[in-house]
Design a binder for this molecule. Structure first.
Ligand code: GLN
Length: 446
């Protein structure tokens, strides 16, 4: 049924870059045959899933929506893909995204701009826009995205689905093509909170192949879906309902808080005073890390190599100028500049210090409260083309999601109604490794 639905709608939505129909059918048939045999099957058995195209899949093209990896077939599976195989899900294909996960609208894909299934003239968000759109359009019920500064939560909000960025370290990133290593996390995008918990359960845990994956117990996330939030203490940062946040979005958050109050929770306004520096800090640090991470795409080891070079230096230069799109180049230049000898202390080191202050803000609030709640984005989705000429307006989209990555804490976006026919998201942020409480609140609210 996934392929049937994809055939019906993907021409319009453009969520998929590569379909793996033959393998998926063979795999599904094999799973069918195994059904009823002595082996026990998990709860994700046989379920179709889409994978963001920056997560490597053995033998299945993985492009990061970039020309530089246009014909790259990985020789191994990412740990999350391996874990999904163990859970016996069926991979339907690879999903469109902003090139190298840099963007907030999917318009930076080198191949196609995914559209918002609720209104095809609007963006689905980014960079995991394809992952959110595929779930919203019913092409798959489960997908994986990655979130460096909001790339799971923002598209989930724009497409009216559930998207979680786990705690930094909760899920292995072995096989995730790195954008900004101190921020990147893989996470689940689904229709319901319960599905989300199932998928996180399947992909979480320590991985010897990723030194940043954490040696923390993985709790039974499903058992937290009790519906009981009596006595829960909610913090609502005033910075998250302030300037730039539209009246309708503010109202949707206040409505949600009423629902939660009705269930026995209480809320108070708090301050995350360094939020105003988060955007600048994020773009400095993430671009610096990207400039280092993307150095490996040099025409020697992976993907595209120019036909047009007389010597090695020219080969590097032409390969990279032909292979990378404009946004990726912008980030590499910004990052290289920030890391250069004369500017390192003024920019990179300063940004690291501010990052610590932002993290501290969250720690202070979490001493007294169980979760932080606010909108996922300041407004609903914008029109395709509306922000493409103005990178700064585009960057400002992530103002409410970025602090969470800088602090390393987990955050979810759940649907919180519609404004003018377009979905808006409620963001619930939790303590380090406390996805359970996030799920409990999200499930009670849903
Ligand atoms: N939109 C942000 C950026 O362009 C976030 C991207 C992400 O989380 N991968 O960097």
């Amino acid at each position: 049924t996934s392929y049937k639905r994809i055939n019906e709608v993907d021409e319009k939505v453009q969520a998929f870059l590569t379909l793996d129909e033959e393998n998926a059918r063979t795999h599904a048939k094999a799973l069918d045959k195994a059904l009823g045999l002595e082996k026990e099957h998990g709860l994700l058995y046989g379920l179709p899933i889409g994978i963001k195209d920056n997560i490597v899949t053995k033998g299945l093209r993985t492009t990061c929506a970039s020309k530089i990896l246009g014909d790259f077939d990985p020789i191994y599976d990412a740990t999350v893909v391996e874990k999904l195989k163990q859970a016996e899900t069926v991979t339907i294909g690879k999903i469109n995204m902003d090139e190298f996960a840099m963007g907030s609208s999917n318009e930076n894909s080198a191949f196609a701009a995914t559209r918002n299934p609720w209104n095809l003239e609007y963006v689905p968000g980014g960079s995991s826009g394809g992952s959110a759109a595929a779930v919203a359009a019913g092409e798959v019920f489960f997908s994986l995205g990655s979130d460096t500064g909001g790339s799971i939560r923002q598209p989930a909000a724009y497409c009216g689905v559930v998207g979680l960025k786990p705690t930094y370290g909760r899920v292995s990133r072995y096989g995730l093509v790195a954008f900004a290593s101190s921020l990147d996390q893989i996470g689940p995008i689904t229709r319901t909170v319960e599905d989300n918990a199932y998928l996180l359960q399947a992909i979480s845990g320590l991985d010897p192949l990723d030194s940043t994956s954490a040696n923390e117990d993985v709790p039974d996330f499903l058992s937290s879906l009790t519906g009981d939030i009596n006595g829960l203490k909610i913090a609502v940062p005033k910075e998250y309902l302030g300037q730039g946040v539209s009246e309708e979005v503010r109202q949707s958050v206040l409505d949600a808080l009423k629902v939660l109050e009705g269930l026995g929770a209480t809320w108070e306004e708090v301050s995350l005073p360094h939020s105003k520096y988060a955007l600048a800090t994020y773009y400095l640090l993430s671009s610096s890390e990207a400039s280092a991470n993307l150095a490996r795409f040099d025409g020697v080891r992976y993907g595209h190599r120019t036909d047009n070079a007389k010597n090695l230096l020219e080969m590097y230069k032409h390969t990279r100028s032909e292979g990378f799109g404009p946004e990726v180049k912008r980030r590499i230049m910004l990052g290289t500049y920030a890391l250069s000898a004369g500017h390192y202390d003024a920019y990179y080191v300063k940004a690291q210090k501010v990052r610590t202050l932002i993290k501290q803000d969250f720690e202070d609030v979490f001493e007294k409260y169980d979760v932080i709640i606010g909108p996922t984005t300041p407004t609903p989705a914008f029109k395709i083309g509306e922000n493409t000429k103005d990178p700064l307006t585009m960057y400002a989209n992530d103002i409410l999601t970025i602090p969470v990555n800088l602090a390393g804490v987990p955050g979810i976006s759940v649907p919180a109604g519609f404004v003018d026919g377009l979905p808006v998201g409620l963001q619930i942020i939790g303590k380090h490794f406390d996805e359970s409480t996030i799920y409990r609140v999200a499930h009670a609210y849903e």
